[in-house]
Design a protein around this ligand. Structure first.
Ligand code: KG4
Ligand code: ZN
Length: 338
């Protein structure tokens, strides 16, 4: 057991392009380390699954050591080992999942396979003890965008989701189109800082559906706008385009999240996933939450993006409710929360 924090859990996350390991004691964060593959994938403009899987194999063992050392925990003091079960790239998932199972077996400790999105949903707890159900949680990452109602831990009702691209995917694709590189979210966030968000009005889709999201129309609208500008030999200020794209994405994420707050009557909103690291989204959520008198719980940016500590935090809850995964458990690349 940790120092008053609850069981010590080591969490491993390898669903996409970050090898990440974290150690928590209950909801107390002890360490969170990662090895980013951004450089390995940047020249391809996106994640290459074979490259990702190989990089996880190389990074995982030293990272587990780093995470334990930084936490000041010896491996024999760990109460359970957890790893992401899905959703994600199958070749990447099996590296972390297989390593975690073997490690747990060797230590003779319980092993738990965790839903990656449930990890994002638990991430705010590591910094905000006041984050408790009932809550509405906005989960927005590179592969998923969902609005989840959490009446109690472990029970998740999906109120809305994207019907096409995820919010992070929209950032990534549009940044690539604009020549801003990969990953696109941070690049647009930076470029937008010097731009006017009202310069260009890009569409906000699905105004008739309270909780669902769609970003493919925005993609078409931006690419058409930029192609037209190029034909007219007009170079629109990059900052204005970035800020206007960001505003269109942020507008719908904020609106739909608070539609869910209105519909459920909850007094707490939380967020998780890489897109929640976005400067403008964080500010707008904070403004609307303050306006409505709703409590807001956002992880710091480093815990919004993929990390191992969030997997360990979700596992802590499941350890308490008695769940365990068997030694024959397998990854599930298509896992869906809610
Ligand atoms: O949760 P995450 O690290 O990985 C997945 O589970 O997909 O999310 C990654 C996504 C990427 O699409 C990335 O462009 C986006 O989060 N992202 C951002 C920002 N930082 C990361 N999007 C907008 N603004 C940011 N500052
Ligand atoms: Zn993620």
């Amino acid at each position: 057991m940790g120092d008053g924090g609850g069981p010590v859990v080591l969490g491993i996350e390898t669903s996409c392009d970050e090898t990440a390991v974290g150690v928590v004691a209950g909801s107390l964060l002890l360490s969170s380390v990662l090895s980013s593959q951004v450089e390995a994938h940047a020249r391809f403009g996106g994640v290459v699954p074979e490259v990702a899987a190989r990089a996880h194999v190389e990074a995982i063992r030293p990272l587990v050591h780093d995470a334990l050392r930084q936490a000041g925990i010896h491996q024999t003091q760990v109460d359970a080992i957890a790893a992401t079960r899905g959703p994600g790239l199958v070749g990447s998932l099996v590296v972390g999942f297989g390593f975690a199972k073997a490690f747990a077996w060797t230590l003779d400790k319980p092993f738990l396979g965790i839903d990656h999105m449930e990890g994002h949903l638990f991430a705010p707890r590591l910094e905000h003890p006041g984050y408790q159900p009932p809550a509405v949680v906005l989960l927005a990452s590179g592969g998923h965008s969902q609005i989840i109602h959490v009446p109690e831990w472990g029970r998740y009702t999906e109120m809305g989701r994207t019907i096409d691209d995820a919010a992070g995917e929209a950032f990534d694709k549009l940044a690539r189109f604009m020549g801003l590189g990969y990953p696109g979210g941070p690049a647009i966030d930076r470029a937008a800082a010097s731009g006017d968000p009202t310069a260009i009005t890009f569409p906000r889709a699905l105004g008739d559906r309270p909780f669902d999201l769609s970003f493919s129309g925005l993609k078409t609208s931006v690419t058409t706008y930029l192609a037209k500008a190029a034909r007219a030999d007009m170079v629109p200020p990059l900052g204005d385009v970035a800020a206007s794209i960001q505003e269109a994405i942020v507008d719908v994420l904020v609106e739909k999240t608070f539609n869910a707050v209105d519909a459920t009557g909850v007094g707490r909103v939380a967020g998780g996933g890489g897109v929640l690291a976005n400067t403008r989204l964080r500010r707008r959520l904070a403004e609307v939450a303050a306006d409505r008198g709703v409590e807001l719980f956002l992880p710091s940016p480093a815990l919004c993006t993929d990390n191992g500590a969030m997997i360990a935090a979700a596992a802590c809850f499941h350890l308490g409710d008695g769940s365990r995964s068997g030694w024959d458990a397998d990854v599930d690349p298509g896992l869906r929360l809610g």
